[in-house]
Design a protein around this ligand. Structure first.
Ligand SMILES: [Zn+2]
Length: 291
């Protein structure tokens, strides 16, 4: 290779990189709070050059109820350009984060969305909620980074189209089981249930990992028998000991519904994680509730 070629190649690469980013566009470092925000933001950002998306918590962390920030988290928050949170009470550490990194711009994906269950932050578990939050993230990003607004809007529209197609598919399959009563462990499913017309007869463990008392367990077992509950739904993130007790007592099988709060870290896989989790949920519900 000639000396000229050696000089030219890096130069060409440089021109390409600048061209792709657009002149003067600064790299943007986005930090998301937990897995559902990571998945939505990855879809909104897509392959937009110059933008990186990182998740504050590990992809196996699950919901952030009572999550405590670590010193490493505070460092990440201080060096990010934008922080994307679910809000509505999911990230109880937000106030502390604002105090520690006052310049950090925060996008709350539930902000401005009227919540059917005001004390419940699990909006994304209903597909309509995931669509609303994706659109809110896209709007927030477009506002914070207007130079790349067109890319965010285009990517969000493409992802929303996929979510909408899945929502229709699930309605077609589940509308026939409307009114069926289910029991869940952990308060993650009201938006999902209301989307598909299911009734949550009881929630066994409101806080993940908190085992119910003997009295609560007995009350749940009564509900299962009286309401002819067809299925108990545990979550992959929170294996419930009490679910096993109820199964033994009532003979109602325990199945797994996934609120899509954990999944692979690899961005290409993570982009598909919510859609995949919901496809699996659809299969599980069909088997549990179908005739
Ligand atoms: Zn939760």
């Amino acid at each position: 290779m000639s000396f000229r070629a050696l000089v030219l190649i890096p130069l060409l690469c440089l021109v390409q990189a600048v061209g792709a980013w657009g002149a003067g566009e600064k790299p943007l470092r986005i930090l998301t709070s937990f897995y559902p925000m990571y998945v939505m933001t990855l879809n909104v950002v897509g392959d937009t050059p110059g933008v990186t998306v990182e998740c504050l918590t590990e992809p196996f962390t699950g919901c952030l109820h009572d999550y405590q920030l670590t010193p490493a988290d505070l460092k990440k928050l201080a060096t990010a350009d934008l922080f994307i949170a679910n809000g509505a009470g999911m990230e109880t550490f937000l106030e502390k984060a604002v105090r520690q990194a006052p310049k950090l711009k925060i996008i709350e994906a539930t902000k401005g969305i009227p919540l059917a269950f005001p004390d419940n932050p699990h909006l994304w578990v209903g597909i309509s909620g995931a669509i609303a939050e994706t659109n809110a993230i896209a709007r927030g990003l477009a506002e914070a980074d207007p130079a790349r607004a067109a890319a965010y809007e285009k990517n969000a529209a493409a992802y929303v189209a996929k979510l909408d197609a899945l929502r229709q598919k699930m309605h077609a399959a589940l509308d026939g089981v409307k009114g069926r009563e289910i029991i869940t462990f952990h308060e993650a499913f009201p938006y999902f249930a209301s989307e598909f017309g299911l009734k949550i007869a009881a929630v066994v463990e409101r806080e993940p990992g908190s085992e119910p008392s003997a009295g609560e367990l007995a009350a749940t077992i009564r509900i299962v028998r009286q309401h002819h509950v067809r299925a108990l739904f545990a979550e992959p993130q929170y294996p419930a000991k009490s679910a096993e007790v109820i199964r033994r007592e009532t003979g109602v099988p325990v199945r797994v519904l996934d609120p899509a709060v954990t999944g692979p870290k690899d961005p290409r896989q993570a982009r598909e994680a919510y859609l995949k989790a919901m496809e699996t949920n659809l299969q599980v519900l069909r088997e549990a509730l179908g005739e």
